[in-house]
Design a binder for this molecule. Structure first.
Ligand code: LMR
Length: 398
């Protein structure tokens, strides 16, 4: 019955992370998956999360099914964080927000919804993009194309080429954008570029689907959401997937949200209804625990303040690690190939190392990077940064 099922080739990120777990070497270093580790190399439990969990445990109560669309308090908290506490669009009821199974769940529910209502549309993702973007949209039945994004020569953005390409695609196309801390390159649009891009999306009737998995890791919680605020300001209907995996260090709880900014409150009601139907057809309704924790932290002033402080500390540590790897690599790399460790932002740096070099780093030195050359700088610490730099130096020598 299953003889024709071919072997799963593995996932470029999650399977490599599993290889890392199995690697018996004690001096191995995991810079592959997008996870924040602390200076001891541990996955942190944020104090704000622990305090919220303690409070919830004291008052756990029964656990009925959540509504198909998720916990109301959580959905409201998502909307306030993503669109702004005082967003007029929120007040006008123009945003449909759904609790989802992480950011990936939001992308998939959104993709299924779009395929149903825009069956002829094609999807455009940045070149390069997070590997799973292509997978999610192709599995939902879309043809996925790329638009120019990363400039290997400068380690920066090919803004003009990106705009030129997007100018030529048909109205109704879906354009996947990263709100901040672009994955995998760490290269973002500045605010002026966002304004120009959004004006183009509007003029050419393109449909933006914004992925915001790293809110708070770039320029701060508010500024990282600039693209979304600007889409609303320019009145451009859009979808937004957001995730609390990284900024709450709650990876396994699968806390995400899907929001759709609509032209009217009536449209938002219908969109929410159809998204809810898609959830029922997939997994019926989302789980309780993570949503209760996140909404408690976001809506309790002292926990919220603590969370923001802890998030700022995480960003501060990443910035110090960027300085440290930059300093340690100066004997091996120069020019832009070195400065990109400081200029690219968020959790990732696109090192420019080839797949072959990444492979040798893993095999010979136990240092895990993605084959694309993406390095998760949030996996560096005071103890491993020198080892990593030396390993890179050795691989570059050939
Ligand atoms: C990553 O990019 O490494 C993370 O978002 C984890 C994942 O699911 O790929």
């Amino acid at each position: 019955m299953f003889a024709h099922i071919e072997a799963f080739p593995g996932d470029p990120i999650l399977s490599l992370n599993e290889d890392f777990q199995r690697d018996p070497r004690t001096d191995k270093v995991n810079l592959s998956i997008g996870i924040y580790f602390d200076d001891e190399g541990r996955l942190p439990v944020m104090q704000a999360v622990a305090k919220a969990e303690a409070a919830l445990l004291a008052d756990m109560g029964p656990r009925p099914y959540l509504p198909m669309s998720g916990l109301v308090a959580y959905r409201n908290a998502v909307q306030a964080l993503v669109f702004g506490e005082n967003s007029p669009a929120r007040a006008a009821g123009r945003i449909a927000t759904l609790q989802t199974l992480g950011g990936s769940g939001a992308l998939r529910v959104g993709a299924d919804f779009l395929k149903r209502y825009y069956p002829q549309a094609q999807v455009w993702i940045s070149d390069p993009s997070w590997e799973n973007h292509r997978v999610v949209f192709e599995r939902a039945g879309f043809t996925v194309n790329t638009y120019p994004y990363y400039d290997d020569a400068t380690g920066g953005l090919k803004f003009d080429a990106m705009m030129d390409a997007l100018r030529t695609i048909p109205a109704g196309s879906i354009v996947l954008l990263h709100a901040c801390c672009h994955n995998p390159t760490g290269v973002d649009l500045n605010q002026d570029q966002w304004r120009q891009l959004i004006a183009l999306l509007k003029a050419n009737q393109l449909l933006p689907f914004v992925d915001m998995a790293y809110q708070g890791f770039g320029a701060g919680l508010e500024d990282d959401a600039f693209a979304i605020r600007e889409l609303v300001a320019q009145d451009v209907p859009c979808l937004v997937a957001n995730s609390f995996s990284k900024n709450f260090s709650l990876y396994g709880e699968r806390c995400g949200g899907l929001s759709v900014f609509c032209n009217t409150a009536g449209e938002a009601t219908n969109v929410l209804g159809q998204l809810t139907g898609a959830v029922r057809a997939n997994y019926s309704n989302p789980p309780t625990h993570g949503a209760r924790v996140v909404s408690k932290v976001l809506t309790t002033p002292e926990l919220r303040q603590l969370w923001e402080e802890e998030l700022a500390q995480m960003c501060g540590r990443i910035a110090r690690m960027r300085e440290a790897i930059h300093h340690n690599l100066r004997d091996h790399v120069s020019g832009e190939a070195l400065s990109r460790y400081l200029t690219q932002r968020g959790m990732f740096t696109y090192t420019g190392l080839t797949a072959d070099q990444a492979e040798r780093l893993r095999e010979q030195h136990g240092v895990y990077l993605l084959r694309s050359g993406r390095m998760c700088v949030a996996g560096l610490n005071e103890r491993n940064v020198g080892i990593v730099a030396k390993a890179i130096g050795s691989v570059l020598k050939g």
